[in-house]
Design a binder for this molecule. Structure first.
Ligand SMILES: Cc1ncc(COP(=O)(O)O)c(C=O)c1O
Length: 386
């Protein structure tokens, strides 16, 4: 008898993680590597979060399961955050705590769609969208975007898709960092509500913006789902805590799914995350550092002749066209890693076709690493251009 893995597990690997593995192997052999491949803040959680977690641990009380929808105090705190940051009233009952945005995707997609439903995603985009959709038996419908449209889908493109059941949008987006034009996002959201297309807005990079704030669909969409969490702005990737904002009809289904799939989100992380909202000054300092890093990197890339980059309005990524240097971004990244000790991510993670001539840089590290990485890359690009 031959046992085979399921068809639904046939998905693409996440090349950023493969680059990380190769980079780690080189580090183990003693090579100095600068990591610009992983999409996570190098800063840890805000100090108040650590202090709260420490206090809870010191009490040595059991860390229990929580209500599947999350602890009320955190849901209420998130509700207050929407009032103070977006001037929108979201009843705490519509806010559901999840094991990061990732689990939020699983819960929201399962609750809102049936097997075979079509969900649009834009390309280039975060690879997990497509992979989660496939593994849940949903059909991704790709919308190819370009620089002129800020790598965000347009209403015209969405209208042309015909019958779709849902759409995932992200602003700021990964890998480009680009933000939707407010009017366009508002029109798309209203169109989706009107046409019965469930919109899922991934707002995980909200708060990490440089020139203008990103628009939330909170308060705009009646049937849409918002996904957000503590991993990016709040620098709490490994704490694995995020949240969903869902319409009334999805609360009960998600509660039941959550009870059965996860029981609850990590209780310690939930309790500590409450204090993250009091750390705005500390977090704003980090955003200032990202902006400095972004500007240094843009300048260095220009010196390397890499100037065709996506509008990097937010997140901590630069998505760059390197077609004048290679048509094989994977090979380019491997060579850069092995020869210059700088790890970046090939564009094929985000766009299997055009991504062959694109790469993504993550600038969430320290400034000195950005400066050093820039020097190394400049030297290497000069060498390969000879
Ligand atoms: C666009 C986007 N959405 C969602 C996630 C998942 O984040 P988490 O599960 O840590 O909340 C990531 C992680 O990199 C991301 O880039």
């Amino acid at each position: 008898m031959i046992f085979k893995p399921s068809k639904r597990s046939i998905i693409e690997p996440f090349f950023a993680m493969e680059m990380l593995r190769e980079a780690n192997q080189l580090e183990e052999k003693g090579k100095n590597i600068i990591h610009l491949e992983v999409g996570e803040p190098s800063a840890g959680a805000p100090s108040a979060v650590y202090m709260k977690a420490q206090k809870i641990l010191d009490e040595k009380k059991p860390i229990p399961y929580t209500d599947a929808l999350g602890i009320s105090i955190l849901r209420e705190r998130i509700s207050e955050y929407y009032k103070s940051s977006y001037d929108v009233i979201i009843p705490y009952q519509n806010i559901i705590i999840t094991t990061g945005t990732s689990a939020g995707f699983v819960l929201s997609l399962l609750s809102a769609f049936d097997v075979g439903d079509k969900v649009a995603i834009s390309v280039p985009g975060y690879p997990a969208y497509k992979n989660i959709l496939i593994s849940l038996g949903l059909n991704p419908v790709e919308i190819t975007t370009n620089k002129n449209q800020k790598y965000q889908p347009t209403l015209i493109q969405i209208k042309k898709l015909g019958n779709i059941d849902g759409i995932i949008v992200a602003s700021p987006s990964n890998p480009t960092g680009s933000i939707f034009d407010d009017k366009e996002l508002e029109e798309i959201t209203n169109y989706c509500d009107k046409k019965g297309i469930r919109i899922l807005s991934d707002e995980i990079y909200h708060g990490i913006t440089y020139e203008k704030k990103a628009l939330s669909i909170a308060g705009i969409s009646k049937s849409g789902i918002i996904l957000n969490g503590f991993s990016k702005y709040f620098c709490m990737t490994g704490w694995r805590v995020g949240w969903l904002i869902v319409p009334d009809e999805l609360i009960k289904p998600i509660e039941k799914l959550s009870q059965n799939l996860f029981i609850s989100t990590n209780a310690l992380s939930q309790m500590a995350a409450v204090d993250a909202f009091d750390c705005n000054d500390e977090l704003q300092e980090i955003i200032k550092k990202y902006k400095i890093n972004r500007d240094i990197l843009i300048d260095s890339l220009n010196h390397m002749g890499i100037s065709n980059i996506a509008p990097c309005d937010g997140a901590f990524y630069i998505y760059a066209d390197i077609s004048h240097l290679t048509e094989n971004s994977m090979l380019f990244c491997k060579d850069l890693l092995n020869n210059a000790g700088v790890a970046i991510t090939p564009g094929i993670d985000f766009d299997q076709t055009n991504g062959k001539s694109f790469v993504r840089f993550s600038y969430s590290c320290d400034e000195e690493n950005i400066v050093e990485a820039s020097k190394r890359m400049l030297k290497w690009v000069k060498q390969i251009n000879i």
